[in-house]
Design a protein around this ligand. Sequence first.
Ligand code: UDP
Ligand code: MG
Length: 325
Amino acid sequence: MTITSKRDVSLVIPVYNEEKNLPVLYQELIAAADTLRGSYEIIFVDDGSTDGSFPALREIQAGDPRVKIIRLRKNFGQTAALSAGFDRARGGIIITLDADLQNDPADVPLLVAKIEEGYDIVSGWRIRRKDKFVSRRLPSKVANAIISKVTKVKLHDYGCTLKAFRRDVVKHIKLYGEMHRFIPAIASTMGIAIAEVPVNHRRRVHGKSKYNLSKSIRVVLDLLTVKFLLSYSTRPLQIFGLFGLIAGFIGGIMGGILSYQRLILKQSIANRPLLLLSVLLIVIGIQFITMGLLGEIMVRTYHESVEKPIYVIRDVIDSDSDEKI
Ligand code: UDP
Ligand code: MG
């Protein structure tokens, strides 16, 4: 079975020590995916599991040519695992979901239908989330509010892995850190349509959650990066330069006043703390502007080295070629 058409689906599933969940997950997956119109492939990314997950996957894969396994050399984290899956996915629609059975594969056709309606990203929204309140649901509520505010892409549930993407959307996105959750926000810069659908969420039965509160801190730091990349990545001088000009201007005025007092009024300024502040502000100002200029150079190098275009095409309509993006 070949996966080529825009309608075909690639299911990408990061797996880290989920041995007991895999057989059930596989059964539920094929039951749901068999109802789809196009053909599909299931890509399990074994993110350096140390339990029996890999043999379990091999067993599943041996009996089904639609199943692919990507085995990472060590535990690189969920984002890296998803990224590895994206790189090898061939379907026009990519669905991601957790391997721990908390996401319900029965929701997959719902997401696909939404993509076929014309949306580029469909995000699951776990309306009745079955996780601990203090350590998981509360921080996640706060995080969703902050991320929505900062990125201006309003979603109720950034953390839900059950999402569907049009392939050409993820193709343009490079992921680092804990950034898979920010794909909708990052992709929003390309001008895309995002939908949200309520999905089922279940309690984890086998295995342990890999995350705790410390993840929230990493997510906040990643949000900072994402915000910066979203707003200023193509014009760093605009932000650094502005700080620099403000600091330099205030420092300059203070310095001017002090110079006037010293040179014209012949007052001593050696005991004036303002002198220190003025010098500090001028130096900071110069440094910010230099940093902005360096940023400009790096941005250019970056865009050219990765051939990252400053625009993204949806379709090319040209009767001479039938090339599709
Ligand atoms: N996972 C992974 N690599 C990791 C941590 C997690 O591939 O380093 C996978 C894990 O197997 C699961 C999904 O990512 O399929 C979500 O993990 P988990 O259920 O622990 O997160 P939670 O649902 O508690 O947020
Ligand atoms: Mg889970």
